[in-house]
Design a protein around this ligand. Structure first.
Ligand code: BMA
Length: 344
């Protein structure tokens, strides 16, 4: 097996559980397995919040911090801050995050969902989906998790599923996103855009389209922030198939070129994780595994994947860098639109 290097800080307290009896529980042969006490966040986790799911977490000051999609009891989603010592048991703030504008005045989105949390240099960025006269992407920055300052909305509507890369590439911030329509979009490819200043975005490139395989044949969307490795950017994303009983969301894996991430080097033809457990198959929206974050340790290669389950819970799954990279490479099937530079 190859020895792949993860280029990111060591996180010795990465949450972890060895696979049970050497078995995995993802795609029958994918090296990915669920935490056996899933879901890690259950129903009614905070007063006034019915469900937390599709949420992102990150190491912070020796412990962990996260931004959580909280579906309020009035049906409107907002982002809640949570703290944890072990990244498994979470304490949530009672109130949603108060966003401010550059002058420090209150500036709340109408709603906010599917947050991602990414550190670039010394700043933490939250990226989410919100109303901008139609669904689009909102962004805020913080350095202390006390003040959350909104920055320019990067894209025109309609767009969902945006996530920043954890470092600049060739001097620019880079963001994956999924342009869409106003509804439960029955299509969607992943694009990458770049910006020198997080105000002006351009050089848009197509990264990858919906897959040829059934499980991702309707649409795909960027998931967790890409992990930098010696093989390229390791991306856990979601792929959707349309069945006669609604959409099914599975987790897929791909590896993007390190200097030019619009080029897909490897793309796993099999899903890595698909709804199988009760908390993935049964809930507010059944059959959803929706990855939004990883915590990963460059020393051991351990990767913990956080995913929303059935729009009702947060699930945790584990994999290991060498094994997952090997699995993606040995089951890779890339199309011409994956490997091209992505501009027409
Ligand atoms: C997508 C988003 C996600 C959600 C998924 C399944 O369009 O709204 O937040 O998890 O649908 O309902």
């Amino acid at each position: 097996m190859s020895k792949v290097k993860m280029i990111s800080p060591a996180v010795p307290n990465v949450p972890w559980q060895d696979r049970k009896d050497g078995k995995t529980t993802g795609c029958p042969d994918a090296p990915i397995w669920r935490y056996n006490e899933n879901p890690i966040i259950g129903r009614n986790p905070v007063k006034g919040v019915a469900r937390i799911f599709n949420s992102a977490v990150i190491p912070y000051e020796g412990e962990f911090i996260g931004v959580f999609r909280g579906e309020q009891t009035n049906g409107i989603p907002y982002i809640y801050l949570g703290h944890s010592k072990d990244a498994i048991h979470w304490d949530f703030n009672a109130n949603k995050i108060d966003f401010v504008d550059e002058e420090g005045k209150p500036f709340m989105p109408v709603y906010a969902y599917d947050p991602r949390l990414v550190k670039v240099e010394d700043t933490y960025y939250i990226i989410w989906c919100q109303d901008f006269f139609g669904a689009s992407i909102g962004m805020a920055k913080t350095t202390d998790f006390k003040t959350f300052t909104r920055i320019e909305n990067p894209f025109l509507p309609f767009n969902r599923n945006a996530v920043l890369f954890p470092r600049k590439i060739n001097g620019n911030f880079m963001m994956l996103s999924r342009p869409s329509d106003s509804g439960h979009t029955p299509f969607g490819d992943i694009f990458v855009s770049e910006s020198p200043d997080l105000v002006y975005w351009g050089k848009h490139r197509h990264v990858m389209g919906k897959g040829n395989e059934w499980w991702e044949s309707l649409k795909i969307g960027g998931g967790a922030a890409p992990i930098e490795t010696s093989e390229g950017w390791l991306l856990f994303y979601h792929g959707v198939s349309g069945t006669c009983n609604g959409y099914v969301y599975s987790i897929g894996g791909a590896i993007l070129d390190i200097d030019n991430p619009s080029i897909v080097k490897y793309r796993c033809e099999n899903f890595l994780l698909t709804p199988e457990e009760w908390y993935e198959e049964r809930g507010f929206v059944p059959n959803v595994c929706f990855p939004c974050a990883t915590i990963h340790d460059s020393e051991s290669g351990k990767i913990a994947i956080y995913y929303g389950a059935a729009d009702s819970y947060v699930g945790l799954a584990f994999t290991e860098l060498d094994e997952i990279v090997d699995y993606i490479k040995s089951n890779s099937k890339v199309s011409a639109s994956d490997t091209e530079i992505g501009i027409r």
